[in-house]
Design a protein around this ligand. Sequence first.
Ligand code: ZN
Length: 442
Amino acid sequence: MFKTLSVLLLFSFYLCADSDATKLLKERNQHLKPQITQVSPSVYCASGFSPANISMIVGEDGLIIIDTGMFADHAEAVLREFRKISTLPIKGIILTHGHGDHTGGTPTFTEKGTKIFTRAPFNSEGHHFTEGGIKINKLRGARQGGFLLPPEKRINNGIAPAVYPPKTDNPFMGKHLEPTDTFVDGRFKLSLAGIELELVAAPGETDDQLYVWFPKERVVFTGDNFYQSWPNLYAIRGHAYRNVQHWITSLDMMLKEKPAHAIPGHTQPIIGEVKTTEVLTNYRDAIKYVFDETIKGINQGLTPDELVCKINLPKHLRNKDYLREYYGNIQWGIRSIYSGYLGWFDGNPTKLFSLPPKEKAQGMVKLAGGKEALVKHAQQALVDGDAQWCAELCDHLLALEPNNQRYRDLKADVLEDLAEKLLTATGRNYYLTVAQELRKKK
Ligand SMILES: [Zn+2]
């Protein structure tokens, strides 16, 4: 009796105990708390108020704001903090790229005569979807972001606190403003409010990306080509190829500025020349290593499925916290580089005309000895800790009977298991959201 009880207790402890991934993500919350950091004599960074950072440079007779956050309420909270530091007028806003989490607060910071600087083609990723008539990216984006999950299922987004659109009557909510000044390539010198800046074309995460270089105080505002996590070389919501070689070159250019401090698009600033050089160098080298190894493997005829098993960061980079897969995932980056150059075909002729899911499932059922036998295999795989295999067997069952609630619940169970063990917050959110969708009775 006692023995049975202790086994049960041990099992329930196992079910409730946090995985290593969950523990690491929970620890991350410390890093993502709202905070104003004075980075250099006239530069301030507000991190953790909104998913993206909002920065301010105090000039002789005015202010420049770099990125404006996601929602008007976030921008307002940051503006309140900035106004405790300076009451000078806001002369300029620089948007490092067109993603909504960096631009949503623009109307809040805009005063009479405020100029808005961007790089063309501004919001390149968004336009690409619109031009192609793509709409599914919204649902996939919501799954990746965890916006459809209840708060207790979200720890954070890896590089950002878990936020929801605020219920607000803020008149600036959802409003957008057009840029007043746009440059295309190279280096654009800006002199405003007694501040001399250089806006530098830096394609990488997006084609419209720029970084801001403030030579006087040697601060680089990196946009989303750098934040403290393995980068999202590929976002699972989907998008056109993010050119990884351009990304590496952009990081290289930032390093050549010899910055003393770096303000990332998300997460806390890096302060001090030694640290900044070390972090940006390792960041560039890590991406370059994965890129080079992927290309090497591609030329050896390896498929994406084979490449992801083979490529790991070298030892000296593996345990750096700012390279951990909180937000992006190395495997997804490898697959993206592959398809960026070679498209969908992995070189194996079997895949030229794959069997439709239903036919494949019928074959699997036959091999397993019937549907019930396949269900048992899937259940056993989950008990044995082979969650991925369980998920793949569930897909066969669901290909035959997509509305079978028993199959749907089993797949939801396994997705929740996979989520618990995954560090990458975007993938975790995706698993949990699809699990939630599957649990809804059809
Ligand atoms: Zn961002």
